[in-house]
Design a protein around this ligand. Structure first.
Ligand SMILES: C[S@@+](CC[C@H](N)C(=O)[O-])C[C@H]1O[C@@H](n2cnc3c(N)ncnc32)[C@H](O)[C@@H]1O
Length: 206
């Protein structure tokens, strides 16, 4: 699988060390193994997991600004685990309300020896950390409006919200609550993934 990962990475400008490649492959292997018993993702085949989960998460990496992030509704650690592997100098809280998903994330953190990830089982509305975040991330979590509403207590005053989406959510952007504004919408290219991907970056208006 490492050859396949290297071929996919070669189609990007991402610079990934051998250790990081091994961790990414180990993550796919673990997800594939746990998925049989715990139904963590509808994508069951490791090759598809590499493209639709790992590469889809990794291409967000160059756009992260800051040191401390939370991935809300992380499910089995997506995009948070690939991003944490890619950015060992940044801290990631991976939050989900479902126990089986956070148990998987905890196991992955242990097996991959990740020291920059804290798994948290909680509903996002009820999670009030002492230290706020530079960025609030989500993929396949909620509409932009719901994400901003449920997560508005999480970023630092100048922190950003990042939502990874399919087709550009023009309607959702137009109807953003007047307290928030669109910073930028990046069109993402995920090697060998058909269909559009967008990273919507938003901030609160002060
Ligand atoms: C469709 S899954 C997406 C999982 C992952 N981000 C991905 O891209 O594969 C949405 C996740 O959000 C979680 N979730 C939904 N509402 C939540 C809330 N209010 N607080 C915390 N987690 C929530 C669900 O348990 C589920 O794991």
């Amino acid at each position: 699988m490492i050859n396949r990962l290297e071929a996919l990475l070669a189609q990007t400008s991402l610079v990934v060390t051998d250790t990081q490649k091994q961790q990414l492959v180990a993550l796919v292997t673990l997800l594939h193994k746990w998925n049989k018993a715990y139904n963590l993702t509808s994508i069951r085949d490791p090759e598809n997991m590499l493209i639709k989960h790992i590469m889809d998460s990794l291409v967000v990496s160059p756009y992260l600004e800051g040191e401390r992030f939370i991935d809300v509704g992380t499910g089995p650690g997506l995009p948070g685990l690939p991003l944490a592997i890619m950015n060992p100098d940044k801290e990631f809280v991976l939050l989900d309300s479902l126990g089986k998903r956070i148990r998987f994330v905890t196991q992955a953190v242990h097996e991959l020896k990740l020291t920059n990830v804290t798994p948290v089982q909680s509903r996002v509305e009820k999670y009030h950390p002492e230290i706020k975040f530079d960025g609030v991330l989500s993929r396949a979590f909620a509409s932009l409006e719901d994400m901003l509403h449920w997560c508005k207590h999480l970023p630092k005053p100048d922190g950003l919200f990042y939502a990874l989406k399919g087709v550009k959510p023009t309607g959702e952007i137009k109807t953003l609550n007047t307290k928030f504004k669109l910073e930028v919408a990046h069109k993402l290219t995920v090697p060998e993934l058909e269909g559009e991907r967008h990273l919507i970056v938003m901030s609160e208006i002060k």
